[in-house]
Design a protein around this ligand. Structure first.
Ligand code: 5GP
Length: 214
């Protein structure tokens, strides 16, 4: 019996990472993806304009309001929400495909998306909230991106407090003061969640053959 082959028969996790903008979620996500081959990022559709350096199809699918509302009508979203003045949504197809192949999927979505996915797919979900060590650090990180105007940054800061108020709806909370420590904590959560009995579909056949002396 090939243990590695058996172990690959597992349910993929749906990992929601929410945080106020600037808490370090993007860095954490990139590192997770580079360390885990069987992990994919859900690419959302948005009506917001691309920031410099953002790539259509990689960072987001940048769509018009009309295209977005057609996608809603065609039931193409797992969840969708209005964040700031724009619409954001998670396309259903790629997520279902990745999960069926036993891949974990990371969602960079806000608390509204987390609530909607909880209703739709709670068994596969792991909800993680990333907090900044303090609000000054958050503002500093937002400013160092130098991509948004003062006005936008001020609005993002005030929205951050609203986002943070939903921290208790998450399974895990990581305070990102030190990126290496935060990464270690995040990896520990994911490793533990993968070990949950209900997610290891291969255990039944494995134990059966174990007791039969296979
Ligand atoms: P940004 O415009 O900075 O890329 O994202 C703004 C906010 O929208 C972030 O809090 C992000 O997590 C959230 N967001 C991005 N994609 C989605 C999505 O598909 N659904 C929901 N509900 N929120 C999203």
């Amino acid at each position: 019996m090939d243990l590695q082959e058996l172990k690959s028969h597992r349910r993929g996790l749906m990992i929601i990472l929410s945080s106020p903008s600037g808490a370090g979620k993007t860095t954490l996500t990139r590192q997770l993806l580079s360390e885990n081959q069987k992990m994919t990022m859900s690419v959302s559709a948005t009506t917001r304009k691309p920031r410099p350096g953002e790539i259509d199809g990689k960072d987001y699918f940048f769509v018009s309001k009309e295209e977005f509302s057609n996608m809603i009508d065609e039931d193409e979203f797992l969840e969708h929400a209005k964040v700031f003045d724009n619409y954001y949504g998670t396309p259903r197809g790629p997520v279902e495909e990745a999960l069926s192949q036993g891949h974990d999927v990371i969602f960079d979505i806000d608390w509204q998306g987390a609530q909607q996915l909880t209703q739709a797919a709670s068994d596969d979900l792991v909800k993680i909230f990333v907090l900044p060590p303090n609000m000054q650090e958050l503002e500093k990180r937002l400013r160092s991106r130098a991509q948004d105007s003062d006005d936008v940054i001020a609005r993002r800061m005030s929205k951050s407090e609203a986002e943070i108020s939903h921290w208790a709806e998450y399974d895990y909370v990581i305070v990102n003061e030190d990126i290496d420590l935060a990464m270690a904590e995040l990896s520990a959560v994911i490793i533990a969640e993968r070990q949950k009995r209900k997610r290891q579909l291969w255990l039944g056949p494995f134990v059966k053959s174990l007791v039969q002396g296979g």
